[in-house]
Design a protein around this ligand. Structure first.
Ligand code: DCP
Ligand code: CA
Ligand code: CA
Length: 365
């Protein structure tokens, strides 16, 4: 925990679910867009999951009832859409794959955010870190068409706050020597872990800013929260919570996407160009010691629409079955959408299971 000299980049996608819907249907991007979780009880029961920035100007935000959002947006040409979580999750995985090119350790913190330890890439040079941050933003924009915000600082907490204040489409660098002054004036609820309840209790003690919290005595803090939380809050408020960036969960899928040499809808041409990525995912599966029964394709159109298709097989998939399934999925997609022209194409393995020794011996031949 005492480790200093980290450089951490925190990435958070802007209005993530709503942005994906805009990308899928660019005609709605100049309207308020509200992605909803319909509970199904009555037509409009449920809550808002994500709102674009136009909808937010009317006070619409995640967590409010759909009925309330409709009232706030009455008289506008707002678009209400149901949440399609599987698709967002797949796109999230693509974002995380891109991030893995930029750091040795990537901690996926939620569907739309991750922390990267970029120390080994930039040393302690924050101007290099700034360039790396711009490059990450460019790549995600270029490959997936998505906007994100990045904060870069000396630990995960400060990097996350930096991203939060730089939203949307921002890049904010907080050099180590700027950490205290950056945090000091920010409202205390900007600190991850300070929710509405704690904010109210702290306000009663006159603690309004993160700087105030950094000054609060440990005894007083301890009266409000448990010892562990008090220790975290105290260190975090001083910008000194140095928990290392660590991979959190097992990988659920393996994927590779390439930019095609030229835009095409010729399946055999796509298959030829996918032969290296297919080898790569098989090698990766082998090195992880897993077999898989899910095969997916990713198609990104010339206007950056992301389309995914997948198939779950009953048995562990070998190379031939993988190729056949990928070819079949592209054929079906392109037949179904006669005007679709592809700019990028990819392959995805999922339903990963530990491979038995028996299968792994013959699996990749
Ligand atoms: N989400 C949700 N319900 C919530 C909060 C979030 O379903 N109460 C989902 C939808 C969001 C995604 O998680 O798109 C990421 O959450 P964020 O809090 O990062 O919010 P956004 O990405 O929508 O907006 P921002 O631009 O503020 O990051
Ligand atoms: Ca977000
Ligand atoms: Ca987020």
């Amino acid at each position: 925990m005492k480790r200093k000299g980290q450089v951490v980049a925190h990435i958070d996608l802007d209005y993530f679910f709503a942005q994906i819907e805009e990308l899928r249907n660019p005609g709605i991007a100049d309207k308020p867009v509200v992605v909803c979780v319909y509970s199904g009880r009555t037509e409009d029961s449920g809550v808002v999951s994500s709102a674009n920035y136009i909808a937010r100007r009317y006070g619409v935000k995640a967590g409010i009832p759909i009925v309330r959002a409709k009232a706030l947006l009455k008289g506008t040409d707002a678009v209400f859409l149901p949440m399609r979580r599987d698709e967002y999750a797949q796109i999230s995985e693509q974002v995380m794959e891109i991030l893995r090119e930029f750091a040795d350790v990537v901690e996926v913190e939620s569907i739309d955010e991750a922390s990267l330890d970029i120390s080994s890439r930039v040393g302690d040079d924050y101007s290099k870190a700034m360039e790396l941050g711009s490059e990450i933003k460019r790549r995600i924009r270029e490959l997936l068409g998505l906007k994100c915000t990045i904060g870069i600082a000396c630990n995960k907490v400060v990097a996350k706050i930096a991203a939060d204040v730089a939203k949307p489409d921002g890049l904010r660098i907080v050099k180590p020597e700027e950490t205290s002054s950056f945090l000091a004036e920010l409202p205390v609820e900007k600190l991850p872990g300070v929710g509405e309840k704690l904010r109210t209790k702290l306000a009663e003690l006159g603690v309004k800013t993160i700087g105030d919290l950094a000054q609060l005595s440990m005894d007083k803090l301890h009266q409000l929260v448990g010892e562990k939380t008090a220790t975290y809050l105290k260190l975090a408020a001083r910008g000194e919570y140095y928990e290392p960036v660590a991979e959190r969960r097992e990988r659920k899928q393996i994927s590779r996407i390439i930019t095609l040499k030229q835009n095409t809808r010729d399946v055999e041409e796509i298959m030829r160009q996918l032969s290296t990525p297919i080898n790569d995912v098989l090698t990766k599966a082998e090195s992880m010691g897993v077999s898989f029964s899910g095969v997916g394709i990713i198609a990104i159109s010339t206007n950056l629409r992301i389309i995914t298709r997948s198939k779950t097989l009953n048995e562990p998939v070998d190379r031939q079955l993988l190729m056949d399934t990928v070819r079949h999925l592209f054929n079906a997609l392109l037949n179904e959408q006669p005007s679709l022209m592809l700019r990028r194409a990819g392959v995805r393995l999922f339903d990963l299971k530990p491979a038995s020794r028996q299968t792994s011996l013959t699996f990749f031949q």
